[in-house]
Design a protein around this ligand. Structure first.
Ligand code: MLT
Ligand code: MN
Ligand code: ZN
Length: 306
């Protein structure tokens, strides 16, 4: 199994276009930038799947040689997209894929509904490409090309802000109440032994996630905020990390310590998170605790060969 980490920042990226905070200013000055959270995965190294479609997708695809079409062809190695949420930072890139001859998109029922109603990228794409939409459900593994198997893990009921108003969905629509607005995926390979978990939005450490990480080689997980009160401290607001559907690094680390073995990589880092800034004093101070848990911060462009 191969995994290309295409982007590691939360929505807005690093630097964020309208932010002049110390971290964003440093990123502008040094060029140590992060693009928005996105992943590519393949069991056989030939058939690749995107997990999420970030707003930075075009430049992310151009930077990944294995995702280029063979010279003289339009035979993209991309077989489809799996979505972990309907958030804009995970779905705006679907528009970038409109040149594809055909496009398979896998999403949970509430996300699929949202992407045809509140944010109608489904109907928008229809005149451009032959899109095929597939509903995935927690605990029901999906068999994909190249021997890749993806098992969705239900991780939370947090809706995207654009779909926050239940009145925005048709009356009585069960999508309004679903707990699988946010999922992770456990990837395995037919006939192989590599196992990987990707969970960039993690509201809580669920029993299904706990089971999934137990035998994983690599776990790429939610590193949006370092602490639960980080955003409130840095911006003066009242929103907690947990309240935004993100378990802070300080709160997931004890679970990592309890489940040693996998290589843990934190992704989807917000620009307020000191861990997003390589070499910052705060990141250096947190490094020993991360290392003790077998964890590190994911970096854009990393290729994992499992
Ligand atoms: C999230 O990860 O919580 C969302 O992407 C936030 C946003 O709306 O940008
Ligand atoms: Mn996000
Ligand atoms: Zn900033």
């Amino acid at each position: 199994m191969k995994i290309r980490i295409l982007g590691t920042a939360a929505g807005g990226g690093l630097p964020q276009w309208n932010c002049g905070c110390e971290g964003c200013a440093t990123a502008r000055r040094t060029g140590a930038v992060r693009s928005q959270d996105c992943l590519a995965v393949s069991a056989d190294g030939s058939a690749w799947y995107l997990v999420n479609a970030s707003p930075d997708l075009r430049s992310q695809l151009l930077a990944a040689p294995e995702l280029a079409p063979p010279p003289g062809t339009r035979a993209t190695p991309l077989r489809g997209v799996l979505l972990t949420s309907g958030e804009l930072d995970h779905t705006l890139g679907l528009v970038t894929l409109r040149e594809a001859a055909e496009l398979s998109v896998h999403a949970t029922a509430p996300v699929r509904t949202a992407l045809h109603e509140a944010f109608p990228v489904g109907p928008l794409l229809a005149p451009y490409t032959k899109a095929r939409w597939h509903t995935v459900a927690a605990g029901q593994p999906v068999e994909l090309a190249g021997g890749l198997v993806a098992e969705p893990l239900a991780l939370g009921g947090k809706r995207p802000r654009y779909a926050a108003d239940p009145a925005g969905l048709p009356a009585g629509d069960p999508a309004a109440e679903r707990a699988d607005w946010v999922v992770g995926y456990r990837f395995t390979e037919a006939g192989g032994r590599a196992r990987a978990v990707y969970a960039p939005g993690l509201a809580a450490w669920t029993p299904a996630l706990d089971r999934a990480v137990a035998d994983a080689d690599v776990v790429i997980l939610d590193g949006t905020f370092a602490t639960d009160d980080e955003l409130a401290e840095r911006t003066g607001g009242a929103r907690t990390s947990r309240g935004m559907g993100h378990l802070a690094v300080a709160d997931s680390l004890p679970h990592l310590v309890r489940r040693p073995g996998p290589r843990y990589l934190y992704t989807h880092l917000n620009n307020t998170n000191p861990l997003a800034h390589r070499g910052s004093p705060e990141a250096a101070a947190l490094a020993p605790a991360l290392a003790a848990a077998g964890a590190a911060v994911a970096e854009d462009g990393t290729l994992l060969d499992l």
